[in-house]
Each structure stands twice: as C-alpha cells, then as structure tokens.
Design a protein around this ligand. Sequence first.
Ligand code: SF4
Length: 478
Amino acid sequence: MTKEAIKAKELSPLKRIGNFQEVTLAYGEEEALEEAKRCLQCKNPVCISGCPVEIDIKKFIYQITQEDYKGAYFTIKEKNNFASICGRICPAEYQCRKTCVLTKTGEPFASPEAINIHFLERFAGDYGIEHNLQPTVNRISNTVTLGPKPEIPKVVVVGSGPAGLCCAGELARCGIKVVIFESLHKPGGVLRYGIPIFRLPQDVLEAEIDYLKTLGVEIVTNIVIGRAKSLEELRREFSAVFLGLGAGVPYFLNIKGENLCNIYSANEFLTRVNLMGAYKFPEFHTPVNIGKKIIVIGGGNTAMDAARVALRLQKMNKKKPDVRIFYRRSEVEMPARRLEIVHAKEEGLKFEFLVQPIEFKGNSKGWLGKIKSLRCKLGELDSSGRRRPVALPGSKFNMACDMAIIAVGLGANKILTSVTRELEVDKWGDIIVNSVTMETSIKGVFAGGDIVGGEGTVIEAMSMAKKGARSIIKYLSS
Ligand code: SF4
C-alpha cells in the first residue's frame, strides 16, 4: 500500500487563533527529502498537465532528491517567478496533486497519497529567497529583433496583482524595461489586500516583489489608470501595454437590509485588515468593528479567509469566538481549498450548509440584528457543473448576528474600461481577449488575470500573464 504524503507541520489551533502567525509551516530539509523520494519519477509525468504554468515538476523534485536545491529553484523559476507564493496558496488538490499518478481514479480531490508538490515547491522557493539566488536575464537581443533604431522597448503593466507581477517578471527576464502602475499604496494586488498573512506572510510577498526589482522592474504606486492617465497616453508613452487590473468590485446579495451597519463586503473587510493593518490597531489607524456573532456568506477562499480573520480578531479583542459560514450548497461543492476548510473547522468555525439568506434585519438604530434565510436542497447541475441550490418552501428561519461579511464573488473594476470605448468588454465588464495571445481589441494592448474572467486563481492569472508576455515579445519583434 502506498504511504500517505508527508504532512507539513502546523501551528496548533489553540496557538494560532489569537494571532496572525503563518499556520502551515515549511518542510524542513529532512521532510523535503523524504517527500521528494516518494515521487515515482514517472516516465509520463502527468502531474505537469495539472500545473497551469507547466512547471517541470518531475525534474525539480528529482533535483531535491539530489540535494540540488539551487537547481530545483531555478527549474521552477523557468516557468514560475513566484515559487514561494504559489507553494503556499495554489489549490494543489485540484491541480498538480490531483493529476499526480498517486491520486486514485475518480477522487474529487487529490488523494492523501499524492505527492505534496506544493510543499516541495515552497521548500525550493524559500531556499532561493534565503540564499538570495539571482536569476539570469536573457538579453533583449536574444529575444526581440530590434529595428534600425535599437531602442530597448518599454512596456507598461497596469496592476500589480498576480497577473501584472508575473507579466512584468517574464518581460524583465528578457531584458525588457517594465514599469508597473499600481493604484494602491503598496504593490501586490489581491496577494496583498486579499490574502491574510497567516496564509501568505508579507515578507514572502516582499521578497518576490524585490526579485522583480532586481530584474529592473520599476513599480509606481498611488496612480489610478483611467483617471490620472488614459490608456491612450500609455500607448503613446510605451511600446506595449498589459492590463492586469484584477476584479476588485464585490458582488452583493441584493436583498433587503443589505445597507445596515456592520455588514461588510469581504473585500473591504480583508483590505482593512491585510493592507491597512486593522489587526494592529491602534498602531495602524484603520480599525474594524468586530461583532460578537458573525456570519460570513459564501463558500470560496475569500469566505474562509474573512471568517478566519474575523475569528482571530474576536479572540484578540477578548470576545468569545463565534463565527459561522452560510453556504447555499453542501461542503463538497465549496470552491475553497480543502486545506483552508480543514483549518477553519479546526479553529472552531461553524458551518451552515444549504442555506440562502433572504433578508438582513436591523434594530431601531440601523445596526444588523439578525439574518432571515431559507433552507435549500441540491437540484440539477448548473452551468458551473455543480448542483444548483433549490429553496425549500416553508423553511424560513432567523439567526441572530451583529456582523455579516458577504463573500459571494468579485466583478470587474470598470474605472479604465468605462472611459476607454475602443476596449471591448463583455456583459460583465470583463475585457475581451484572444485566449491564445491575450490581445485585446486595441493593437498593442494585452490583458490577463481576473479582468478577463476565468477561475480567479492566482496560478491561472499567472498562466494568462505568461501568454500575454510571450505575445508582447512577439509584438515588439514584429
Ligand atoms: S509527482 Fe506524481 S505524477 Fe509527477 S512524477 Fe512524481 S509520482 Fe509521477
């Protein structure tokens, strides 16, 4: 019988719920070697097909078995600039681990026996950061055939989230000058404002961003493209444009009472905590008002993150932890990473499955007091391939709560697209691109990541950004 993968050590639930320390700890060298040696080094390494950026998984794992950690780091870097980030937050159980030959056929997620590829990636990525391993830059002359005036082209990337950073890295590695414009005061996009530091520590994000700076990428913060500068101006000033604008506009439930006090979108809540340091109040000046009974609505990673952050803030504010997730389907349909669900349960989060809120009710002063909901059952499959929730007649119930966080998805930010008529968008406001080249309707303008739709994972955004970077290089050579 095949042994299960080596588990990474974790902070115990009791030790972690009163702070923001990283929950999953890195493999030590011994654990990494033991896990790497479990890899069968398959003749046909099917795990690679599960990686959106096609890392040579078999090769980097082999290098780890040989204690060639530097080699493993550079093997990953060939395809993925952000090993330490992806090693921490990629949904490996749906991707590379699921396609690993050690996953049993027909399993909805990776089997426990599948190689812990993401933990090995994290091990190699952290090794690279700790040893300050510098990448090699392929000079531009090797990549782009310059015209009679051999000026090095300058590309602008709008947005410094996963897509923007990845595209910038790919271009800079070819010696292309890249400037990133970011609207917030710190770069990182959703990696900074959306993912709590107990999943992705800021020093890891800083190290990955510093790596881009060593490649010559310039990052300009506090500039909103579409207001401070138009796309037309960018096109005049730069040889090509990549739009990695992300999807930062939260969806709401559009039900009665949604404007009551103490109802947050998960986006605002997480931004206040992660980017604005609310968990360090009064050292940072942007507190959040934490309730005694909190309900988080949604079943994705953002819902898990918001709920686990809320629980920690209750504990840190000497309140009895009481956070509940409302999700309209059952656990197996939850889009959140399995590990996050396990961690959330260990930390004491409560779950109400098959529940659909229909009204927020407040007190006379306009503060949230309870949520009215319906119970549901699962019906036919919908367009997402998941069974549709169907409300059960006569199943209304109320649940008291003084704070709610809505985490039901994000849509396109339209600041730039609304003032750029030539940029074609679909009915949701996502930029329409050629899915192979990532070209938009405007020549020389490319786009990728959440602003063009898709699954919304970091690695998928990076996969699009890589395609966009390849097309930009081709465009600059033409
Ligand atoms: S990670 Fe899994 S699929 Fe990939 S080479 Fe190793 S055993 Fe084979």
